[in-house]
Design a protein around this ligand. Structure first.
Ligand SMILES: Cc1ncc(COP(=O)(O)O)c(C=O)c1O
Length: 374
């Protein structure tokens, strides 16, 4: 019996060989229909649109916050991961000190820190993770009394290594723990957990589509991150134009908005949360791990070199990188694409990233493409 209810599986229709969720997650029927309905409503322009739509936007924010395990005041929709990381990086301007960032992070978790440092923000302290093992001891060694934030990915986009957030919380000491969760949220993880800030675009494992995302914050983050990039809709009374700006920033996470929040994106993300809820993240995560293990067995039979920085299942998520001896990863990627397997080429590796809706058939397709028994 499948761990996943039909109501969840029926939401999706991607081809069996689609194993590229670390790049883009095909969206559910529900996400599509919510967007279609919303745009149809806007097109029809019957009545005051904002009055009709904004209360439902607030409900969507509530649902997203629930998924992140925070009150609605502590979550705000994002149009992309970077928007939240820029808010954090610029929120630390004037605080001096340093931020600790792993070397080899996806660039979305690099530019905000570099740009903020150029603008006089904390110096960036890069930390090497030997063999891709981004463990708490590695981070702790780079943290000192002047560290304002530790900013890392929940799951490495090229290594597939999953960070131990409780350990990272301790390693960060008094500094804010900032987590880019895009490579795990919705597949192997939900909730802010011990982080101070968790940001994630919805376009990958959440399957919410581009233009959606979330930023969830702790009380400490609200206290410490100045609303440096807070724009007109991030303030308490945006339309009180008789009072010259700047107005006080909103008390909650809504202060981390530069203008109109991504309203359509919030509807997308909330619909994706509902769909994930049909199965539950625990069941989704269990199946993701099964699918990765099946693909890994095939790769081992094919004699592949597997990038495996993990020492235990807890350090794994949905990403599996490999290369075949004597073959260029680009050529392997092209060969797999020809065989109907949609994969990515990242650096010296081919990256496979199945989701819970990937059927066991994908491993059979991989075996056939690599000429080994299924
Ligand atoms: C770890 C990580 N963070 C962020 C992103 C994307 O950032 P954004 O949503 O800002 O485009 C990606 C991939 O596109 C990623 O792999």
């Amino acid at each position: 019996m499948s761990l996943l209810p039909d109501a969840y599986l029926d939401e999706f229709s991607e081809p069996a060989g689609y194993v590229n969720y670390a790049s883009i997650g095909p969206v559910s029927r529900r996400v599509r229909s919510v967007v279609d309905a919303l745009l149809a409503e806007i097109a029809s322009a019957e009545g005051a649109l904002a009055d009709a739509i904004l209360p439902r936007y607030e409900e969507a924010v509530g649902a997203i916050a629930g998924f992140m395990g925070v009150p609605a005041t502590h979550a705000t929709p994002l149009p992309m991961t970077s928007a939240g990381l820029f808010q954090v990086a610029f929120g630390l301007l004037g605080s001096g000190g340093n931020v600790v960032v792993p070397a080899g992070e996806f660039p979305a978790n690099v530019y905000p820190w570099l740009r903020a440092a150029e603008a006089g923000g904390p110096e960036v302290r890069w930390v090497e993770a030997p063999g891709g093992r981004l463990t708490p001891d590695v981070v702790a060694a780079a943290v000192d009394g002047a560290t304002r934030a530790v900013a890392l990915s929940l799951v490495g986009f090229e290594t597939g290594f999953r960070a131990d957030l409780d350990g990272m919380r301790e390693a960060a000491g008094d500094a804010l723990l900032v987590v880019d969760a895009i490579q795990g949220l919705g597949a192997v993880h939900r909730g802010i957990g011990p982080a101070d800030v968790m940001v994630a675009g919805g376009q990958k494992w959440m399957r919410a589509g581009w233009g959606s995302g979330v930023m969830a914050v702790s009380d400490r983050a609200l206290d410490r991150l100045s609303p440096a990039l807070c724009g007109w809709l991030g303030v308490e009374e945006p339309m009180a134009t008789a009072v010259p700006p700047p107005h006080p920033a909103a008390a909650g996470a809504g202060r981390y908005q530069e203008g109109t929040p991504p309203i359509v994106g919030a509807f997308q993300f909330a619909a994706a949360v509902e769909v994930a809820g049909l199965a539950g993240i625990e069941a989704i995560s269990t199946v993701v791990h099964h699918r990765v293990a099946e693909l890994e067995q095939v790769l081992r039979r094919a004699g592949a070199d597997i990038r495996a920085p993990w020492a235990s299942p807890a350090e794994r998520a949905g990403i599996l990188c490999f290369r075949l001896p004597g073959a260029e990863p680009a050529a392997t990627t092209a060969h797999l694409l020809d065989a109907g397997l949609i994969v990515s080429h990242r650096g010296d590796w081919v990256r496979l990233s199945p989701h819970a809706t990937t059927p066991p058939e994908a491993a059979g397709m991989l075996a056939e493409a690599l000429g080994v028994p299924a």
